[in-house]
Design a protein around this ligand. Structure first.
Ligand code: AMP
Length: 114
């Protein structure tokens, strides 16, 4: 069971900000911005490049809910804004093998990322 599956199962505590039958959003334990939330599918897909055609609706659901969570956290307005990031594999910076979308906001974010 991955760390994030344990969070879904409430075996490890997390500050949950949104949940529905398909996904969970909770605060990152090591925030890189004033707002840093992880949005994960409840289905344990290891990483985005391993999602299957059958996951198409779930992936769309996650992006729609990322916008909804940004709204919930007060960062959706165009004069504020947010960034979504998905890390895949070593060079991508992935450390937890359960697909997650980082939602970062609350300060201007540099581009390109490091
Ligand atoms: P990544 O490096 O893209 O795989 O992202 C994994 C993220 O999970 C990192 O930003 C970590 O800070 C975060 N993280 C690790 N353990 C926990 C935890 N117990 N609760 C919340 N976030 C966590």
């Amino acid at each position: 069971m991955t760390l994030f599956e344990k969070i879904i199962a409430r075996e490890i505590p997390a500050e949950i900000v949104y949940e529905d039958d398909l996904c969970l959003a909770f605060k990152d334990i090591n925030p890189q911005a004033p707002v840093h939330v992880l949005l994960i599918p409840k289905k344990p897909i290891p990483r985005v490049g391993e999602a299957e055609t059958e996951d198409q609706a779930l992936l769309g659901h996650l992006l729609l809910k990322a916008g909804a969570v940004a709204d919930l956290l007060g960062v959706k307005q165009i004069d504020k804004g947010f960034r979504l990031a998905i890390n895949h594999g070593e060079h991508g910076g992935e450390t937890v093998p359960h697909l997650h979308i980082h939602l970062l906001a609350g300060r201007p974010l540099a581009w390109p990322p490091g």
